[in-house]
Structures are given as structure tokens and as C-alpha cells.
Design a protein around this ligand. Sequence first.
Ligand SMILES: Nc1ncnc2c1ncn2[C@@H]1O[C@H](COP(=O)(O)OP(=O)(O)OP(=O)(O)O)[C@@H](O)[C@H]1O
Length: 242
Amino acid sequence: MTTTAQTATENRTAVLEYEGVSAGYGEVAVCRDLNLTVRAGEVVALIGANGAGKSTTMLTAAGELTPIAGSVRVLDQPKRMSLAQLSKRGLSYVTEERSVIMGLTAAENLRLAGVSADDACAIFPELRALLRRQAGLLSGGEQQMLTLARALARKPKLLLADELSLGLAPQIVARLLAVVRDAATTDGVGVLLVEQHVRQVLEVADRVYVMRRGRVILEGPASEIAADLDAVQRAYLSGEEA
Ligand SMILES: Nc1ncnc2c1ncn2[C@@H]1O[C@H](COP(=O)(O)OP(=O)(O)OP(=O)(O)O)[C@@H](O)[C@H]1O
């Protein structure tokens, strides 16, 4: 059955569209025949075992890799653009790498990105007490709050988040994911998320693509994948031969 909420989302603008995309490194395709859409206001999770091709898919969306075949349309731009060009047009791309400058304070990191401390603290009030602290002295979770606040305060139309919460405690993961969910619901940000914390990501995602060996082998509403998660994990996420 199609719900009203589902129909409303389906009518929203696509901020990321893959059609028959192969992508990889040099001439070697590690992802094949990807068809994938992210619309404004929805959180889409990309899950799969190690080496399934999730980061390669993200790098291609971010303009860092050129598709070998097919087309990737980002933010409705008619031609391929670099990450720097897409960033100016409303893309935010965050990864597990701590991208803050460790020798600068939290406030200086925000200023450098052209983000006001008030906007960042509106997203994560926890940052208010940390603004004068050197980023290198913040915990891993606090650094990622700073990273995510900086990314979202720029009011992106599309957020690509690749293992933002790698190595962080479940409570922090939940906090980061809740903020991502809120940005989608409240501000209409389209989100593509790669996460190892599958159960947690399914709680905030609308839809899910499951990748295996460079291909999408399952897709559907997050609620359906969550309901069958044990079987999905055994079949596709364990990294073992199916
Ligand atoms: N720079 C590179 N050059 C060549 N091959 C690469 C490169 N980066 C990744 N690969 C290969 O591409 C395949 C997909 O890797 P990718 O990092 O996209 O997977 P992933 O699903 O993100 O994995 P993980 O969960 O371990 O991060 C792997 O076989 C990997 O070895």
C-alpha cells in the first residue's frame, strides 16, 4: 500500500540520481549498473559488507570519481562537476576522517568554513561549551558533531555521509543520526548515508539500498529491511559467500 507520506516523498525533487552507473578506479569498475535515487527530505541508507562498493558510490556522487558508464545527476546539474563546484551548489560531503583542523579551536574551524557559531550551536547545543577548545582536544564524537554542524549549517540540499560515526559509541552514533534525520525532515535535506551501525541507521532511514560486490542487490523501505534484518545480514552483510 502506498501511504500519503510515501507519495509526498516520491513527488519531491531528486537531488541525486544514478542511472546505469559503473564506477571505479582507472578503467576498473568496482561498482556496476547502479540505479539509485535520493530525493529532497529523505534519508537513504547504503549498506553492505566491507568492500561492497559503498565508498566508491559516494565518491562518484561527490564528483571525486568519474563514472565509467551511465550517468550521475547531482543537484540537477546538467554536467559533471568537481566536489568544489558541487559544494558551492549545495552539496556537503562528510566522511569518517576527522576533517577538522586540529590545531584550531572549534570556533575557528567554523569561521574558516564561513559558518556562524550560533548556527552550529543551534544544530548541536553541546558545542557551545566547546567553542574555545582546540579541535584536537575534543573527543572523537565531539569532533564529528563539529564536522556535521559545519556541514549542515551551510544549508546543503544534499548531504553525503560516509561512515560519519565510525568507531564512536552507540549513544553518539544515535545523536549524530538523529540530527541527520532532523535535517532531512525539517530542512528538506536529501541524505545518502553509509553506516556500519545497520540497526541504528535503519531507525532513521526512509529507504535502503543493499550493496554486494559492487551491485545493488536489494532495495526497499527501511521498515521492511529492518523487519527482516537477521536474514538480510546473513545473506548480504556478513561478507561470506552466499
Ligand atoms: N583507490 C582504489 N584503487 C583501486 N581499488 C580500490 C580503491 N579504493 C577501493 N578499491 C576497491 O574497490 C572495492 C570497493 O571498495 P569500497 O571502499 O568502495 O567499498 P566499501 O563498501 O566502502 O567498503 P568498506 O565498508 O570496507 O569501507 C574494493 O574491492 C576495494 O579494494
